[in-house]
Design a protein. Structure first.
Length: 317
């Protein structure tokens, strides 16, 4: 039911005239009549008794009017609260994230947020190394972690989504070297590896039903930047294990193809975390909501393109 229709009803009840109410609301008498008709049809009751000389509330209208006024007041209060929150999206957000998220999804998302809220300023810390909130002067960070880790580190956070991971290769790599059909064949291919804090991520875990596998892979190149791994994969120099978010655009554009889809890779969780509850601002809540929406849109695109099945990536709440 439209707020404008409720305003018409209240004004007609006050003035006992559709024409007078329409004049005060700066609308035509016909539009006011249509508004009343919409309300009566939705309720299935006649709210006014009309005669040639006047219009007055029916018994049903008498009962409905105070409820209508209360509802209108609440709707207007809600609208004011939203408007105030939108107007309060200002100040400076100091945010940290991985190099890959910063260069791709978050760069576009934050550009859009800031174009709508010109009083908002951004200080971005982009690195695959884990940020220290106090040393690096960061308010909020986007991290792959678990709820237990958030609690153990005494952080406050919002879970954005679960993230599936895929094995990918470029069409040029598949054309030259073929695509592995089994995990045993995967160990014979060149993979593209990520190394951080002297930890080499060269033991890849897979599931098939209840069975769990851990495969040691080989590589001719290693890097501490996740986006370089993705770019190498697009270049056709090896097979990569990447998150669905990081390679979604490459998959949709055909620059990468999923391989070994009969096996599942453990999901990770994406969290927006802060060192203090007091740092949760309207701007950070807006970024959280926009990020959830963007992730769900990516998910829908991948499903619609038949790149993944719906159950492979549960929808974010």
């Amino acid at each position: 039911m439209k707020i404008a229709d409720l305003q018409v009803l209240i004004k007609v009840a006050e003035l006992h005239s559709i024409t007078a109410a329409a004049n005060q609301l700066d609308m035509s008498s016909s539009a006011a009549s249509v508004a009343l008709k919409r309300i009566e049809e939705s309720l299935g009751a006649q709210l006014f008794v009309r005669t040639t000389r006047q219009i007055r509330l029916s018994p049903e209208g008498e009962r409905y009017l105070p409820i209508c006024q209360q509802a209108l007041d609440l709707l207007q209060q809600g609208q004011m609260a939203i408007n105030e929150e939108l107007q309060s999206i200002n100040g400076e957000v100091k945010m940290a994230m991985s190099s890959e998220m910063g260069r791709n999804l978050m760069r576009i998302l934050l550009n859009d947020v800031m174009s709508k809220h010109p009083n908002l300023k951004l200080r971005l810390h982009v690195s695959d190394s884990r940020v220290d909130f106090y040393r690096d002067g960061v308010d909020v960070a986007l991290r792959a972690m678990t709820k237990e880790a958030v609690q153990n580190l005494n952080l406050y956070g919002f879970k954005i989504c679960n993230i599936p991971h895929f094995l990918c290769a470029s069409p040029s790599y598949i054309s030259e070297f073929g695509a592995p059909d089994t995990l045993e064949e995967l160990s014979e291919h060149n993979t593209l590896l990520y190394k951080l804090y002297e930890v080499m991520h060269d033991a890849w875990e897979f599931y098939q039903g209840e069975d769990k596998y851990k495969i040691k892979v080989k590589s001719d190149r290693v890097v501490n930047d996740g986006d370089i791994v993705r770019r190498w994969c697009v270049d056709g120099v090896g097979i990569a294990k990447k998150s669905a978010i990081d390679v979604s655009q490459d998959l949709l554009a055909g620059r990468l193809k999923r391989i070994l889809t009969d096996y599942q890779i453990p999901m990770t969780e994406m969290w927006l975390v802060l060192p203090s509850r007091q740092l949760i601002s309207p701007a950070i809540r807006l970024i959280r909501d926009e990020l959830k929406q963007s992730v769900n849109e990516l998910r829908e695109k991948l499903i619609n393109a038949a790149i993944l099945e719906e159950e492979e990536w549960p929808k974010s709440d």
